[in-house]
Design a protein around this ligand. Structure first.
Ligand SMILES: Nc1nc2c(ncn2[C@@H]2O[C@H](COP(=O)(O)OP(=O)(O)OP(=O)(O)O)[C@@H](O)[C@H]2O)c(=O)[nH]1
Ligand SMILES: [Mg+2]
Length: 364
C-alpha cells in the first residue's frame, strides 16, 4: 500500500494546476511509468539524492524511486460540513489521504475569480481549517452520544473511550485542530479509527505569483506566519510557472531556477515535505540490474519490510544483509563493503533504518 497526499484548499487557488504539474514532472523525470491513475489521482516519484548517487556508484540504469500518491481534491467552500459545495464527498476524499497539502492562493490575477473578491490568506486558511474542525466535531458528537448510551453497561473500555473522545472534543471546541496537540497513542488511535481529519499531518503550499516567488511578498508572509504558529512546514511555489517549466529541458530548468535563486523546483519540495511529514523511511535493494527504493513507516521490522517486496519474502524470511548508505558510499562497492566487514547480518527483530541497503535472504 502506498501513501497518499491530499491537495486541499478553497476553489480556484491552483490545486489542479499544481497537481497536474506534479504528475507531469514525475512522468518526465523518470522512465518508470508514474502516471495519473484517475483524473484526480496520480503517482509521483519521491526525489532522492542518495538513490541517484547509488545508481552512479553501482552503474545501474534501472533505477526505481519510491513514490507518493497525490489526490487533487475539489475546492472546499464555507459550509462544506453542512453539505455545501460537494460537501461530504469532499470530506470523504480528504479522509482517504495520509497527509494534507493545504494550497493557499497568493497570486494576484484579476483574470482568475476569487471566492471573496479580496485575497486574505489568513482568513482563507481559517475557513478551510474551520470546515475540517466542524466535520471532526460532528463525528465525535455522534460517537460520544452513542458511547454514553453504551457506557451505561459500565464496561471499562467504553468508559475510557468516552473520556478520550471528550478530551478530543474539548480541544476541537476551542478551535484547535488535533494535529496541534501532543496526543498520546490511545488518543491518536481513536482519532484515526473515527476518520477524523484534523489529526492528519498538514503542510501549507503558498501558491505565489511570480513577483512573490522568492517568498518576500506580504501574502506569502501571511501563510508563513500561520505555518510557523502551527509548527507546520510551508512550501512556496508558483504553480503556473512550474507548469511552464515542464516544457524546458533539464539543463534549461536548472538554469532558470538558478536565476530565481531557487535550489530545487517547488514541485520537488512539495513531494519531499509531504513524504517527510509521514514519518517514513527509505531503504534500498539491489537485485540484478535493478536498484530500487522502498518506503516503510519508521520502526518497521525486517520481515515486514521484506513483505513490501513480496509476501513470500516475509513468510520465508531468514536474514537481512544490511549496510547503511554512508558505509556503502565509503566502501564504494558491495564487494569492498563485505571485505571490510561493513555488511551486517540481521535477524527478524531488526528495525530497518533510513538509508539501509538491504539484501533479504529467504526460503521459498
Ligand atoms: N497567475 C496565476 N494563475 C494561476 C496560478 N496557479 C493557478 N492559476 C490559475 O488559476 C485558475 C484556477 O486554477 P486551478 O488549478 O484550476 O484551481 P483549483 O484550486 O484546482 O480550483 P477548483 O478545482 O475549482 O477548486 C486557473 O485559471 C489557473 O491557470 C499561479 O500561480 N499564477
Ligand atoms: Mg481543481
Amino acid at each position: 500500500m502506498g501513501f497518499s497526499c491530499g491537495i486541499i484548499g478553497l476553489p480556484n487557488v491552483g490545486k489542479s494546476t499544481i497537481f497536474n504539474a506534479l504528475t507531469a514532472a514525475g512522468a518526465a523525470a523518470s522512465n518508470y511509468p508514474f502516471c495519473t491513475i484517475e483524473p484526480n489521482v496520480g503517482v509521483v516519484p519521491v526525489p532522492d539524492e542518495r538513490l541517484w548517487n547509488l545508481a552512479k556508484l553501482l552503474g545501474k540504469e534501472n533505477v526505481v524511486p519510491t513514490t507518493l500518491e497525490f489526490r487533487d481534491i475539489a475546492g472546499l467552500v464555507e459550509g462544506a460540513h453542512e453539505g455545501k459545495g460537494r460537501g461530504n464527498q469532499f470530506l470523504d476524499d480528504i479522509r482517504n489521504a495520509d497527509v494534507l497539502a493545504h494550497v493557499v492562493r497568493c497570486f494576484r490575477d484579476p483574470d482568475v475569480v476569487h471566492v471573496d473578491g479580496v485575497l486574505n490568506p489568513t482568513r482563507e486558511i481559517d475557513v478551510v481549517e474551520a470546515e475540517l474542525v466542524f466535520s471532526d466535531l460532528e463525528l465525535l458528537e455522534r460517537r460520544i452520544s452513542k458511547l454514553k448510551k453504551m457506557a451505561k453497561f459500565q464496561e471499562r473500555s467504553l468508559q475510557q473511550e468516552l473520556s478520550i473522545a471528550e478530551e478530543l472534543m474539548e480541544a476541537l471546541e476551542e478551535g484547535r485542530p488535533l494535529r496541534s496537540l501532543p496526543l498520546g497513542e490511545r488518543h491518536k488511535r481513536l482519532a484515526t479509527s473515527l476518520g477524523l481529519l484534523t489529526v492528519k499531518p498538514l503542510f501549507y503550499v503558498a501558491n505565489a505569483g511570480e513577483e512573490e516567488l522568492q517568498g518576500k511578498g506580504e501574502l506569502v508572509e501571511k501563510v508563513r506566519e500561520k505555518a510557523e504558529k502551527d509548527s507546520a512546514p510551508c512550501v512556496v511555489i508558483c504553480g503556473k510557472l512550474e507548469a511552464e517549466l515542464l516544457d524546458l529541458s533539464q539543463e534549461e530548468r536548472a538554469e532558470f531556477l538558478n536565476e530565481y535563486g531557487l535550489e530545487s523546483s517547488g514541485l520537488e519540495r512539495v513531494v519531499l515535505v509531504g513524504y517527510r511529514l509521514l514519518d517514513l523511511i527509505t531503504f534500498y535493494t539491489i537485485v540484478g540490474r535493478e536498484l530500487r527504493a522502498w518506503t516503510v513507516k519508521a520502526g518497521t521490522l525486517a520481515p515486514k519490510a521484506a513483505g513490501k517486496i513480496h509476501s513470500d519474502m516475509e513468510r520465508g524470511f531468514v536474514k537481512a544483509e544490511v549496510i547503511p548508505y554512508d558505509s556503502f558510499v565509503q566502501a564504494g562497492s558491495l564487494a569492498k563493503a563485505r571485505d571490510q566487514g561493513l555488511v551486517r547480518l540481521e535477524g527478524r527483530d531488526y528495525v530497518i533504518q533510513d538509508g539501509d541497503i538491504v539484501t533479504f535472504r529467504f526460503t521459498s
